[in-house]
Design a protein around this ligand. Structure first.
Ligand SMILES: [Ca+2]
Length: 291
C-alpha cells in the first residue's frame, strides 16, 4: 500500500512539473510566433562582415607620413580597396547561404559573345574602400544554426563583370566611382584589388616614385574559403570579422625593379600573377562577434 501511495505521489509531482513545462512551452511558442511574423517564417540572425584591413599586422594607413618597408624598400599607401562577391556562409549540414542585395539592379551588359544584353545584378557585392576607412558592411539575414565557415570571391564574376558601370546607380557598389577609378571597360571589367602609393626607388629612404597594383579580369578571380565554426542565434546581430593583410598581396613584388612598379593586370601579367599567387594568404577569419 505504501508503495502504491508513493508511486501516486511521484506521479503527482511529475504531472505538476509537466504542466509547468507545458506552460513554458506555450510562452516560448508565443515569442517564436511573434518573431516569425516579423521575419519571413525562419528564425534568422542579422549578419555583417567586418573587413579589418591591416598592413603587416598594423592597421592600414594611407597617411603619406606612414611609411612601410617591403622587400627592403620604403613605400607609402594611398589607395587600398577590394571587391568581394558571392559571399556565402557554409552550414554544418552542407547547405549554404549566399547573400543577395535587397535592391537588385538591371543594367546594360555584354554577353560572352559581346552582344548587348540586359542583366540583373542580384548579388550582395562589397566594395571595401579601406583607404576611406570603409570596412563594415551589412550582408543580410541568415538562418540561425551551426556554420563551418565562409566563402567568397575576390572580384566580380560572369556577367556582373560585364556590365556598363556608368549605368549602375550611384548607390550600388558596381557604380563607376568618382573618387578613385574602379572599372576599366566592359571587356576588362572591374578592378578587383587596387593598391597605389609611392616607393623609394633610389634607396635614399625617401619615397619619390609611384607604384600601382591593379588586379582584375577573370583569369585573376579568386575564390577564398575560410573554415571557422560558429553559431548564429535567432535575433542576434553578428559581425563576421575577417582580417585582410594588404602587405600579403604585394609581398612578392620586387619594389627595386622598375618593371614591377606599375601593374594594371593586362599590361603586366607577371606582377598580376605574383599577386594572384599570394591572394589566399591575405585573409584570416578572426571570429564572429555578437552585438
Ligand atoms: Ca628616394
Amino acid at each position: 500500500m505504501t508503495s502504491i501511495f508513493s508511486r501516486t505521489g511521484v506521479a503527482g509531482v511529475h504531472r505538476s512539473r509537466l504542466l509547468v513545462a507545458l506552460f513554458a512551452l506555450t510562452l516560448g511558442g508565443g515569442v517564436l510566433a511573434g518573431c516569425d511574423s516579423s521575419a519571413n517564417g525562419d528564425s534568422t540572425a542579422m549578419v555583417n562582415i567586418d573587413l579589418d584591413a591591416v598592413f603587416d599586422g598594423t592597421p592600414v594607413s594611407t597617411d603619406a607620413a606612414t611609411v612601410y618597408t617591403i622587400g627592403g624598400r620604403n613605400i607609402t599607401l594611398s589607395n587600398a580597396r577590394i571587391y568581394l562577391s558571392e559571399i556565402t556562409l557554409l552550414k554544418s549540414d552542407g547547405s549554404e547561404v549566399t547573400f543577395l542585395n535587397e535592391n537588385p539592379v538591371t543594367v546594360p551588359a555584354k554577353d560572352p559573345s559581346d552582344n548587348d544584353v540586359s542583366h540583373t545584378v542580384a548579388d550582395q557585392i562589397v566594395l571595401a574602400k579601406h583607404d576611406a576607412g570603409e570596412g563594415l558592411f551589412a550582408l543580410g539575414e541568415a538562418e540561425a544554426g551551426s556554420y563551418t565557415g565562409i566563402r567568397y570571391k575576390v572580384g566580380i564574376d560572369g556577367l556582373n563583370n560585364r556590365v556598363d558601370a556608368t549605368q549602375v546607380p550611384a548607390s550600388h557598389p558596381l557604380a563607376k566611382q568618382t573618387d578613385t577609378n574602379n572599372h576599366w571597360s566592359w571587356n576588362s571589367g572591374y578592378i578587383f584589388l587596387r593598391m597605389d602609393g609611392t616607393v623609394d626607388t633610389d634607396g635614399d629612404g625617401t619615397t619619390e616614385s609611384n607604384w600601382e597594383t591593379h588586379i582584375g579580369t577573370g583569369n585573376f578571380l579568386n575564390e577564398i574559403q575560410l573554415n571557422h565554426s560558429f553559431d548564429l542565434n535567432e535575433g542576434d546581430e553578428v559581425d563576421l570579422h575577417v582580417i585582410i593583410d594588404y602587405a600579403q598581396f604585394i609581398a612578392d613584388i620586387d619594389f627595386s625593379n622598375a618593371g614591377e612598379l606599375l601593374c594594371h593586370t593586362m599590361d603586366n601579367l607577371p606582377v598580376a600573377q605574383k599577386v594572384d599567387a599570394q591572394m589566399a594568404n591575405a585573409f584570416m577569419f578572426h571570429g564572429v562577434h555578437t552585438h
